[in-house]
Write a protein that binds this ligand. Structure first.
Ligand SMILES: [Zn+2]
Ligand SMILES: [Zn+2]
Length: 140
């Protein structure tokens, strides 16, 4: 009885590990800051039976573990980034495209905050707004 239970747990754990690896592989194959829906579509192309909930759950786990970076976009869906070091982004206000900007990460920026109403500051993100080259060309 105990053996049966532990076998079940073992295979479930293995399945979770495999599914998480599939999701991680998909994020690493997408270099344009995909949404969770984009990642699901990418995984499904190879593994049509995987559920949306499974992909989303594993994205959450990977982001919480720091294996991928979650980019929280104001007024937009969260994006996921295979490049998991802290870095800054720019968002096109026309097409919504998110790109990395080449700018050193200010790890000590919190020390410059003199009044945060008692907040223990743990991090920061910067998303620059603008228009991407393609949309500029299209005359947006
Ligand atoms: Zn654009
Ligand atoms: Zn990025």
């Amino acid at each position: 009885m105990a053996g049966t239970v532990s076998d079940k747990q073992g295979s479930a754990a293995t399945r979770n590990t495999i599914q998480r690896a599939l999701v991680l592989e998909a994020v690493r194959s997408l270099h344009d800051h995909p949404t969770s829906a984009d990642v699901y579509e990418a995984v499904r192309r190879t593994y049509p039976n995987i559920s949306r909930a499974t992909v989303y759950r594993n994205l959450g786990v990977l982001a919480n573990r720091g294996d991928v970076l979650r980019v929280e976009v104001p007024n937009g869906a969260d994006r996921y980034d295979f490049f998991n070091e802290p870095h800054y982004h720019a968002k096109c206000r026309v097409c919504g495209r998110i790109v990395d900007v080449d700018m050193p990460y200010e790890s000590d920026i919190a020390s410059k905050v003199s009044d945060a109403h008692g907040f223990a500051i743990e991090g920061h993100e910067i998303i620059f707004d603008g228009v991407c080259p393609a949309c500029q060309k299209a005359g947006a």
